[in-house]
Design a protein. Structure first.
Length: 117
């Protein structure tokens, strides 16, 4: 099954090229990703509506979610071993988890302004 046909008047046939600085491009890409859009569609919507497209997904990166998940898994494993009466040395693990938690919190604090670091 192929792609549905588009009306002639709805086809996008005119191409407009613009040049952006690297920081401008990064900002557009971050905002487009947060709105679950391509950069071209994000720019198109901004131009024709005059408003920024609504943010649909959190600007947090998938890597941060995965890291938070890993920390939770590690804490669950530690808790299970402690409840089973095993007494391994968890000081190093807890210190590493605290360090990762601090890094993630720092990223979350600066996440309120997409595209700015």
């Amino acid at each position: 099954m192929g792609r549905p046909m588009v009306n002639k008047q709805d086809k996008r046939v005119v191409q407009v090229n613009i040049r952006l600085t690297i920081p401008e491009n990064e900002r557009v890409c971050v905002n487009a990703e947060a709105s679950a859009m391509t950069p071209a569609n994000w720019i198109r919507q901004k131009i024709f509506t005059g408003k920024f497209p609504q943010v649909k997904v959190s600007p947090l990166t998938a890597a941060m979610y995965r890291e938070l998940h890993k920390i939770g898994v590690n804490l669950n494993q530690i808790t299970k071993q402690m409840n089973e009466g095993k007494q391994p040395n968890f000081i190093g693990v807890i210190a590493e988890l605290a360090k990762k938690q601090g890094e993630i919190l720092k990223m979350l604090i600066h996440d309120s302004r997409p595209g700015e670091g």
